[in-house]
Design a protein. Sequence first.
Lengths: 570, 499
Amino acid sequence: MGDWMTVTDPGLSSESKYISQYTSETKMSPSSLYSQQVLCSSIPLSKNVHSFFSAFCTEENIEQSISYLDQELTTFGFPSLYEESKGKETKRELNIVAVLNCMNELLVLQRKNLLAQENVETQNLKLGSDMDHLQNCYAKLKEQLETSRREMIGLQERDRQLQCKNRNLHQLLKNEKDEVQKLQNIIASRATQYNHDMKRKEREYNKLKERLHQLVMNKKDKKIAMEVLNYVGRADGKRGSWRTGKTEASFFLRNEDEMYKILLNDYEYRQKQILMENAELKKVLQQMKKEMISLLSPQKQKPRERADDSTGTVISDIEEDAGELSRESTWDLSCETVREQLTNSIRKQWRILKSHVEKLDNQVSKVHLEGFNDEDVISRQDHEQETEKLELEIQQCKEMIKTQQQLLQQQLATACDDDTTSLLRDCYLLEEKERLKEEWSLFKEQKKNFEKERRSFTEAAIRLGLERKAFEEERASWLKQQFLNMTTFDHQNSENVKLFSAFSGSSDRDNPTVHSRPRQKKPHGAPSGSPVCTSKLTKSLPASPSTSDFCQTRSCVSEYRYWSIVLSVY
Amino acid sequence: MHASARSPDWLRRSSSVTSGRGGAVAAGWVSRSWGPAAAMNFSEAFKLSSLLCKFSPDGKYLASCVQYRLVVRDANTLQICQLYTCLDQIQHIEWSADSLFILCALYKRGLVQVWSLEQPEWHCKIDEGSAGLVASCWSPDGRHILNTTEFHLRITVWSLCTKSVSYIKYPKACQQGITFTRDGRYLALAERRDCKDYVSILVCSDWQLLRHFDTDTQDLAGIEWAPNGCVLAAWDSCLEYKILLYSLDGRLLSAFCAYEWSLGIKSVAWSPSSQFLAVGSYDGKVRILNHVTWKMITEFGHPATINNPKIVVYKEAEKSPPLVLGRLAFPPPRAAAGPLSSTESEYEVASVPVSLQTLKPAADRANPRIGIGALAFSPDNCFLATRSDSVPTAVWIWDIQKLRLLAVLEQLSAVRCFQWDPRQARLAICTGGGKVYLWSPAGCVSVQVPGEGDFQVLSVCWHLSGDSLALLSKDHFCLCFLETEQGVGTAFGQRGDHT
């Protein structure tokens, strides 16, 4: 951008108003202004190009125009339009090349200027909008400032009001306090006044009472009397004793004694209670201590390793205390030092325990936190599945055991050897055995009774027999046989083979036949023998080696029946 | 004690209990297990005047007054054993401690008449003459009578054994000025001389003065021995909150003051073990002092709203059909209905929060209806029953072992009186209506007193065995026999037979 001298020529401007005000310093014809106009403003140029040039350069003034232009151009630093002339007098020639160059340069310049102008205009616009924006901002901020100022004023006002109120309230409070004080004073004064009056009145009242007393009591009022049919004895049966000065003193002493005895008893009772409570508490403390020591001692090593741990010193105390603990008797002393020791050691251990628990807590929480991140931890589902599987396995195992047991039982039941029967006997439940024993003893007792009866009966019969000699022989023999029968039965009290044989006809106990053996043994547990059989029946395994189960049951049942028959006979 | 054991002609079963037992919880039973009583039988109503009805201390007899007649009945069969006629209307009766004598005071005449149970012909009349008579009581040995003359001029000690008469001067006219230790050895007496309060401790066996000391009170209102007889509690009048504890030898053990300026102590009760002293005051709180340091252990407030869901609130609710015109119309003519008459109210367990009905006290009147007007420990020390006068319809029951509120019973009308069963934790309550209420830790029951006409229970009185309960109305009384829980099965079976 070139530097333009902007000077306004009033003469020129007045001459041609429509011409731009931008003009260069000139002493030329007014038409030269138009060229200026061309340079400066492009807008009117397009319109008035013809008029311009027609106005500036005519046929007549070519020379002047050229010289003028030359002059102008040289002043602007362009090379002269004229050729360099050797002589001054010679007319200067117009250099066309220079003119064209100048024109080209002027055009270039013109274009540049136009560009620059455009730039300037856009910048101007930009700046203008910027300006607007800033103005807006400014206005807004101003507004804000105004409002906040107003607000501040409002707040200040409120603050002032509140302070005022506060002051008033303070004043009121003070007044109220004063009032309270005053009222309290009034109350107090009234109370004293009241008390005073009361006292006065009470004195009067007492005087009156005294007077009344004298009047009522001293008049030997005949009416005041007790009519009683006869005096009754004292509740304790004692007789009243006469009061003399001496007895009175002794009475007083006795009463004092008794009173103190009562008080003493009460205090003793209370002391006993407190002692008991103390003992209980001491016991609890001791137990706590013991448990703490036992709880803490396995961890002794750990804290000791850490030398910086403060609990190290306390641990040694624990050991000491543990040693002390053996001297249990010291605890029974309620002397101060022992008490202190106990409480101190408990306190220490408690501290250790607390720190330990806290440590554990921390660890647990850490582990807990880690546990969530850890993928190796078994998930709940897996866990449950596992437990389910295990339970199933247990169930299966149980079933297996059950079937095994069943098989074993069946085998045992069906087996008829002595060994198996003994085994069988063993496999009876203890309870059943007990029951059997009981029944057996009962049975024995019954048998004894029967025997006794029988003896007495025989004796009576013998006596009877003395009278009837004729019948005696026959009777005696029969009795003897009977008696013998019974005694043999008694001798084999564990077996009823005899009895059975008596019915079956064979007295041989060691009958080798397989068929009879179960019969011999079974009645031993007569009442429970049948259940075994029935159970066998229900189970009915084909593996039974002996004769048909049904037969056996029948035999058992029949045996039992016989047995009962025999019992009823005797 | 079963119904069959007694002559059944006078036995009537309570309608409510009967129907209640038959129809499960419907008729007033609100209990988690068996309630306070398994079954109740009521005697017929006997005449009574001035609420004078007392069981003898040995529990064998029941004395009651009808105008100027004194009737002594067997406590079990209720057959009349003795009938005595006094000179005028009886105003006060009292059994001697050995149950051999009964004292009848005729205050208007200034007379005391004593009757012997063993010798009906024996009589004794004590005339206080122009000195007048305002109070009369037995000494614990049952051989002396302490008569207080009018204006509290003196107390005369009359002996039934000898002709001797002793006088005690300057007795104080106060709420509770005479108290005997439970073993009957000592008498503590409030005195007033020269405008100062004194307490005299006398030995009952010979009426010798043992201790005499002044108390630091403005106006002594009452004294009471601890049940162990070693500590005496003395409290000031309601103008000042002050309770003093004295040892038997007159030493001041402790003094307690909860607050100043406002109205103070209204009621005081010792626990049967002498371990606790409950002090009810006009601020609506009960303060419990311990016997070791005599300091306050806890403070029981009586708020009008109960929010804690742990507290059981038994609310007596009207069950009547809408046709009935409210409580005052009760009971409806029961002659025809008999045991089938509908129960008018029952207990419900109210769900918290519950707000109790409160009275607005008149501030401009003396003796305002605020504060703890009544409080009583159960015989096993486990419970404390209280009544706040500003909430007159409620009875609070506190657990002393846990030191917290256990249950609240809200009645339909103001609680007149309550008394603990002397044998177990069972509380009988009456409200001046036709019902008696029983509470025990197991539950709560309201029982309609059967019979023709209105029986408004104004007061209750337990037999010392806890098996029966005397219910007193204005001019009748009846006995209520409670079958204990052991007899539940048989009683339950029997009930069907009887009804």
